[in-house]
Design a protein around this ligand. Sequence first.
Ligand SMILES: [Zn+2]
Length: 353
Amino acid sequence: MMNIVKNLVSPSLYYCKCPFDMNPTRIVVHNTANDASARNEIQYMINNRNEVSYHYAIDDKEIVQGIPENRNAWHAGDGGNGIGNRQGIAIEICYSKSGGARFDAAEVLAAKFIASKLKEKGWGIDKVTKHQDYSNKYCPHRTLDKGWQRFLNMIQAELGQTTPSSPSAPSTPSGEKYSTGTPICTNTLSVNCDGTGKVYKGDWSGSIGRVIKGSKYPYRVDRNGVAIGWTNDAGIDTDPHTPVGATQSSAEAIDQILHEGSYVTSVHMKIGNQGLKKIGDDLCAYLAQLGGWFPIRLVDKVPNSDGYNDNVLHTTNAVVYVSRIRVDAVNVQKNIVKIGGVWVDPTPLTEIA
Ligand SMILES: [Zn+2]
């Protein structure tokens, strides 16, 4: 039996936080995407009137419960009748924003707790699901980054079951020659780190903003805090000089290049007064900054903006943003990027480190 700290929501807030009886059939795993402790995470949740709730928060030290397991919670983004929201025990793993040792320990404790929960309920590992299964949100983001199967294996290890042998991790290439922050000049800029997009020749100065070890173009070149492309050892000039024609070359629309496979967030965007429109299976909002209609399942509401507390987005004053989404493709010629299956204007997007 694991020690659980209970800080249950007042029944006077059931109408908001957990309005329905629930007979749970599964576990839904989340990452908090912030750096609050489990106690603070639950305290915040039970104090506000937002229709956002979860049963447990787990950090590196303890498991804190905020909603009884026989009540539903609002966490899976699949609506008022969704299986995630109506049948899932929601577990938030803390400290995922910054990661590191505290997050790793929180994941270990979460795996132990989930294993004990599976035993208690007589459930198999197939009952362990993730937020992403219900609403396409990239959550639990850090657990997914580190490997979902890896996390399931941790639970199975706690259950004393043999874990399927996972393929050995590829050997990490040796460190690269230059590191982040180094000022450089280069004659080569690729639109992405693997060189599959366009490669420009010219003369640019900047500093290294990011290093992806082992890539064909491992160095991201930043200028004034904006990524302008990727380069490699061969492109970097050995004796830094003042580049000629730097301004003219950089006019070549390679500013703001987002890397295929990277994750981006967006600025806050007002929905405007064009209403919502169904396109295919998706309910879409007109987001002028992204250049057109965009599925609302891919955006989050900005706290305290109009519609935040509802399951329905109000138009005109509703403010939304893309919290985290993968860049699936980049088209440099047209200066557009593909996110969530939709080609959009990249201007409102910035890469998340
Ligand atoms: Zn989540």
